[in-house]
Design a binder for this molecule. Structure first.
Ligand code: C2E
Ligand code: MG
Ligand code: MG
Length: 607
């Protein structure tokens, strides 16, 4: 029994030993298989990934410091990033691939990863980097035996992001940095500014005319050429920005005194003096420049921009092509101007305008021959406001279009009222601004008013200034032709103050020429003054135009004008502009000439 029991026990021990051995063998086999699979999938994963992998083990000096890292493994991509084959990389120390500077940097990063267990960053590789990637995303993981590094080439994404940021921050026409760039980058530039910085707000004078007359592509060309010139007058630390439209800014950050900003502002206008080559010929342009100074006028971008813009408006108001520094009184002036603009828009809405009429006299007959409609603003607080105070503002803000329509309607309505009262009407001339021609529907407005009030177009004349003809000539000529066709007479106002030639007036088929008041004061004083007016009159006559002298203030002027065969006169010597009721009396008395309205010594002039 004992032997049997002992035999079973031995068998049991052997069986369990065999079972355990078998289990162990099986586990080991499975472990080896799994390790093999794991290794294969690791290889597969690393080779397939578009990341570069490196497994590094440290090279430790006798003093215990890590002096280098040996690449114990890497994938194809990892080797390719170094411009090598895998077998050339594995087993090599990293110092072999790097310059001293980039190796020192790598050692430092590796040390950080070992210390923290993990390191990750995105950076642009230095020019001497061993890696042939521009932008890289880098992860370092500390392992038991060293470090594992994964590098990913993010140059494509970075390029895309940089391109997006360039597009967002760059002006498409001039490729200059744009307003957004200025808002983002200027605060940093101000922080770095050593002492003073300046912001020059540049607005091209009358750029709108160029755009309208020559077309937008030529306008763009001019902006590009201008941008290049601006760049040529600044230093390497300064910047030119296109704020939008015809507005630019120059930022001067390395400035010692305000004189340097003046110098740049002067250079801007000097460099613009050379004609710009455009497809349709050459063009010169000027700029109005406002300057604000950091930190005196403001410490942030918005304030400095606002101050420089206010100063720019002041430069424009004082005659363009110049620069102005900001000061607080300019702000008050601008506030006044903005208030006036607001009131003017409101006044147009509420129709607070009336027309006065300045009589014109036929020199030969002494009779009333026409009248000029002159607008006045019946301001609720200030009383009658004269046009020179609001017409320029209405023109620069575009309000002139609505105001102009109102004036045309009023003049036609008044003519209809006088006719209804049985008065013998004489032509009424209406002043028209250049902007009204550019709006493109001036003739339509006139036709509608003639139709509404049943007006004979021959009783209406339009006064345009020489500057009107500097704008888009084709659209102006079209409008003028349409009006002339139905019998409206065309009158050139303030002749001699602009640049038009008599030949140009004849081409535009002007009917009447109004000699500017400025020449009348010279008429009595100098021989040249008389010769000049005489020449204008005889040339205008030769070209078939009638001549009116405006601003006649003395009997002597009238005598000379008569001797020079001037056709008509108007001016304070005869009468100031009159309200409609007073003009009605003159019309009623037309047959007896201007006698009733004339001063006593002028009465003798009646035929
Ligand atoms: P303008 O068309 O040259 O009108 C003549 C201006 O000279 C008028 O001033 C008139 O009152 C003034 N004047 C006339 N005779 C004499 C004189 O003997 N001596 C002096 N010192 N001045 C004289 P006003 O009414 O103040 O108009 C000024 C300017 O405003 C006008 O110059 C015209 O350019 C503009 N304007 C007036 N009414 C209108 C209008 O309805 N539409 C537009 N677009 N502009 C207008
Ligand atoms: Mg006029
Ligand atoms: Mg005039």
């Amino acid at each position: 029994m004992n032997w049997i029991i002992a035999g079973f026990a031995v068998l049991l021990v052997l069986a369990s030993g065999f079972a355990a051995g078998y289990r162990k063998w099986k586990w080991r086999a499975r472990g080896q298989r799994e390790a093999r699979i794991a290794h294969q999938s690791y290889r597969l994963a690393t080779e397939m990934a578009n990341e570069g992998f490196y497994v590094l083990s440290p090279v430790v000096s006798t003093a215990g410091a890590v002096t280098d890292w040996t690449v114990t493994d890497c994938n194809e991509q990892g080797a390719a990033y170094l411009g090598l084959q895998k077998h050339e990389v594995i087993g090599s120390n990293f110092s072999r691939f790097c310059s001293a500077a980039s190796f020192a940097n790598l050692l430092h990063i590796c040390a950080r990863a070992v210390e923290d267990g993990y390191y990750e960053d995105q950076h642009e590789e230095e020019a001497d980097s061993p890696f042939r990637i521009r932008w890289v995303h880098r992860q370092l993981i500390a392992t038991k035996s060293g470090l594992a590094i994964a590098l990913r080439d993010i140059s494509g994404e970075k390029y895309h992001a940089l391109e997006m940021s360039r597009l967002v921050n760059e002006d498409a026409i001039t490729t200059l940095p744009n307003r957004k760039w200025l808002t983002d980058a200027f605060p940093k530039m101000l922080e770095d500014a050593r002492q003073k910085a300046a912001l020059l707000f540049i607005d091209l004078d009358d750029f709108k005319n160029v755009n309208e007359a020559l077309g937008h592509p030529v306008g763009d060309l001019l902006l590009r050429a201008t941008a290049m010139r601006f760049k040529s007058v600044i230093g390497s630390q300064d910047q030119v920005v296109r704020l939008g439209g015809d507005e630019f800014a120059i930022v001067l950050t390395a400035m010692n005194n305000n004189g340097e900003a003046v110098r740049v502002a002067e250079l801007v206008n000097e460099i613009l003096r050379f004609p710009l080559e455009l497809v349709k010929g050459k063009k010169t342009i000027t700029a109005s420049i406002g300057i604000s100074i950091f930190p005196d006028d403001g410490k942030d971008t918005d304030t400095l921009l606002k101050c420089a813009e206010i100063a720019m408006y002041a430069a424009k108001d004082s005659g363009k092509a110049q620069h102005r520094f900001y000061n607080s009184s300019l702000y008050e002036r601008l506030k006044g101007r903005l208030m006036l603009e607001h009131q003017l828009a409101d006044a147009i809405e509420k129709d607070q305008f009336i027309l006065h009429y300045e009589p014109r006299m036929d020199v030969a007959s002494g009779k009333l021959s026409g009248m000029e409609a002159l607008v006045r603003w019946q301001h609720p607080e200030r009383g009658l406001v004269m046009p020179l105070e609001f017409i320029p503002l209405a023109e620069s803000t575009g309000l002139i279009l609505r105001l102009g329509d109102l004036i045309i309607d009023k003049a036609c309505s008044q003519l209809a009222l006088w006719r209804k009262a049985g008065l013998p009407v004489v032509p009424v001339s209406i002043n028209i601004s250049a902007h009204q021609f550019n709006s493109g529907n001036l003739s339509q407005t006139f036709f509608a008013a003639f139709d509404k009030y049943k007006i004979n177009p021959q009783t209406v004349e339009i006064e345009l200034t020489e500057s009107t003809m500097l704008g888009d000539q084709s659209s102006t000529e079209k409008e003028l032709a349409a009006l002339r066709t139905i019998g409206v007479k065309l009158l050139i106002d303030d002749f001699g103050t602009g640049y038009s030639s008599l030949a140009q007036l004849q081409r535009l088929k002007m009917d009447i020429l109004k000699v500017d008041r400025a020449f009348l004061s010279q008429l009595e004083k100098t021989a040249e003054g008389k010769i000049f007016v005489s020449a204008i009159i005889s040339m205008a006559h030769a070209l078939g135009m009638r001549v009116i002298a405006e601003g006649v203030e003395t009997r002597a002027q009238l005598d000379i004008l008569r001797s020079l065969s001037c056709d008509e006169v108007q001016g304070y010597y005869l009468s100031k502009p009159l309200p409609p009721e007073a003009m009605a009396r003159l019309l009623a008395d037309r047959e007896s000439g201007l006698r009733n309205a004339l001063p006593s010594d002028a009465a003798a002039l009646q035929v």
